[in-house]
Design a protein around this ligand. Structure first.
Ligand SMILES: Nc1nc2c(ncn2[C@@H]2O[C@H](COP(=O)(O)O[C@H]3[C@@H](O)[C@H](n4cnc5c(=O)[nH]c(N)nc54)O[C@@H]3COP(=O)(O)O)[C@@H](O)[C@H]2O)c(=O)[nH]1
Length: 566
């Protein structure tokens, strides 16, 4: 009787075991059975033939052991399936359906698919972050990486490297008169032609806007000249875009390693200086010459001092008011940094911001500006002046993923309202690395900051693209605004930009308002905000406060001819 009972239990156990084993692939099932047989044999030897003598409790213990092991094994596999499924779902990756009878093979297939998709996605993201999406050429960060590595190899092997910084001649005119889509096609074709004259070991990159760079490992002065001629020949043929035949003139600045230096940032700067020389003299190309570069040399000297300057409080902020056009109310001030240099006097931002960006000092500089500007808003508020504040963020800031948290900390420190802080980001900064810019902008926006696209019209983005970003307003570049009362093209551009921006729900700021006529035009076109010398030049915080309190703006300026006519 006992034996029958035991046999029944055993057979039931085996049925369960079979079901579990059926869930495993044939190979794994065989492995489990083999392992079971081994254990059975070991037990039999240990207990001197007890297993063969069919002692029921031994058989039962063995069966239960085997069942528990198989069950735990299958449960674990299913758990891994669930984790993989969950992960894939979050990434939006479709997986082959779960198959209970083939769970191990299916798990392997699913993991393979998942890792292929993740690798592909990572590759695409990395590619996007390191390439220019218009021309598909390497972008500034990839170019700098390659440049630094080439400089290292050149240093180790005593070889030379040539660097070109190039800028298209009169590209802005093409963009402004024929439209950005024509400008884009022109840039794409220039990129293709540059590639066609270079070796596989050379690199051509688009640094932003109409600026390209070329890296020629092993090239000396003569080889660099040869490539300049090849580039000129390649661009001689007109570029056909739609029905147009366009000529793309290019100015090339050249810096050589080791002749001019061995530091990547220095050489970039030198090539830039040489490029301006080539453009100024309409020479096509120019090598860097230290003698011609007194001003930039002093700047280079300055850039190494900048970090100390921040620590020693040599930087100051000026503030320029921004006015709501429909009410005439001064509601905001833009913080603009200057360097009060002990030797050179007041140095304008354009003299040190670019090198601060290149050397990374822009990071502490930006945080310093935000800190001081927020402190100033709080001081003004204590004397009854209630202003929002507008602060410039640089290209580098937009690539700095720690920035949102650092800005948040400063906002809390000064008890500021983020919705009254406008962060200005230039159009070209957004377009130089759209992916990272988008991430940082989304975080800043979700923290409640207002985001404004600065210098709008000078980059190559479209309003439709910008609308996909959490942008609140655009700031039309002063080059379109200042003369819009005299230049019909400018007026057309400003009008179209205001209309389009409003249709997309964006506010519009016009900077560079220098006259009553421009103010009137802007008011007529329904522009929201004005900033410019007509209202007030940038000035120190105390002067601005005195001016606001004197109500001079309301009394003297606000009564414009248009208002009187109403
Ligand atoms: N990343 C940071 N960039 C900064 C910071 N502070 C300034 N800047 C950038 O430097 C550029 C030059 O600034 P600045 O010399 O201060 O010139 C500003 C105004 O003075 C000038 N402006 C204003 N109104 C007029 C006008 O009617 N006519 C005229 N010719 N110029 C005028 O424009 C500059 C402000 O420009 P914007 O920022 O585009 O509003 C400038 O690009 C600054 O962005 C900083 O802290 N960080």
């Amino acid at each position: 009787m006992k034996r029958i009972k035991a046999a029944t239990v055993m057979s039931q156990g085996l049925v369960v075991l079979k079901t579990w084993l059926g869930n495993l692939s044939a190979g794994t099932g065989l492995l489990v059975l083999l392992a079971g047989a081994m254990i059975w044999l070991v037990l039999d030897i240990t207990f001197q033939g007890a297993m063969r003598e069919q002692r029921t409790w031994m058989m039962l213990a063995f069966g239960v052991l085997l069942l528990v092991a198989a069950a735990r094994y299958v449960t674990r596999i299913e758990r891994v399936h669930a984790i993989v499924e969950n992960y894939a779902q979050r990434l939006g990756i479709p997986l082959p359906a779960f198959d209970r009878c083939n769970s191990i093979d299916r798990l392997q297939q699913r993991l393979e698919r998942l890792s292929e998709e993740v690798i592909a996605e990572n590759y695409a993201l990395e590619y996007q972050a390191r390439h220019d999406n218009l021309t598909n050429l390497p972008n500034r960060s990839l170019f700098l990486e390659r440049f630094e590595s080439e400089l290292q190899s050149a240093h180790d092997s005593n070889a030379s490297v040539a660097l070109f910084i190039m800028d298209l001649d009169r590209f802005k005119e093409v963009n402004d008169t024929l439209g950005h889509h024509i400008g884009d096609r022109l840039l794409q074709e220039v990129g293709r032609r540059l590639l066609s004259v270079l070796r596989r070991t050379d690199t051509v990159a688009r640094l932003g806007g109409d600026e390209f760079a070329v890296l020629l490992p092993g090239a000396d002065r003569d080889h660099a000249k040869l490539i300049c001629r090849k580039i000129a020949t390649a661009l001689e043929q007109p570029i056909k875009v739609e029905n147009l035949r366009l000529r793309a003139g290019i100015s090339i600045g050249i810096a050589l390693c080791p002749d001019h230096g061995q530091d990547a940032n220095l050489l970039m700067r030198f090539a830039d200086v040489a490029m301006y020389e080539a453009k100024r003299k309409q020479k096509g190309f120019a090598f860097y010459a230290a003698g011609r570069d007194n001003k930039s040399i002093s700047r280079l000297g300055l850039s190494s001092e900048l970090k100390e300057a921040i620590e020693q409080d040599q930087l100051i902020l000026d503030y320029q008011p921004m006015v709501d056009i429909s009410s005439g109310r001064i509601f905001c001030a833009e913080a603009l940094v200057r360097w009060n240099h002990p030797q050179y006097g007041l140095v304008p931002p354009e003299e040190f911001i670019p090198s601060a960006e290149q050397t990374g000092v822009i990071r502490p500089l930006t945080l310093w500006v935000i800190d001081r500007a927020l402190a100033q808003v709080s001081s003004w508020s204590k004397i009854g002046i209630d202003l929002s504040i507008s602060i410039n963020l640089s290209v580098r800031s937009l690539q700095d993923r720690q920035l949102p948290a650092q800005v948040q900390r400063l906002v809390m420190l000064h008890n500021a309202d983020p919705s009254r802080v406008i962060l200005e980001i230039t159009e070209s900064a957004i377009m130089s690395d759209p992916l990272t810019a988008r991430r940082v902008m989304r975080r800043l926006s979700s923290m409640g900051f207002q985001l404004s696209v600065d210098d709008f019209g000078t980059g190559y983005s479209s309003l439709a693209y910008l609308k996909q970003l959490p942008v609140d307003e655009i700031k039309i570049d002063k080059s379109f605004v200042t003369q819009m009362d005299r230049d019909e093209n400018d007026a057309v551009i400003v009008r179209a930009t205001i209309d389009l921006a409003h249709n997309l729900g964006l506010k519009v700021v016009a900077e560079g308002v220098e006259s009553t006529d421009v103010w009137d035009l802007l008011e007529m076109l329904g522009c929201d905000t004005a900033q410019g010398y007509f209202i007030r030049k940038p000035q120190g915080p105390r002067e601005l406060a005195d001016w606001i309190c004197s109500r001079e703006w309301k009394q003297e300026r606000w009564v414009t001819p248009l208002k009187l006519a109403k």
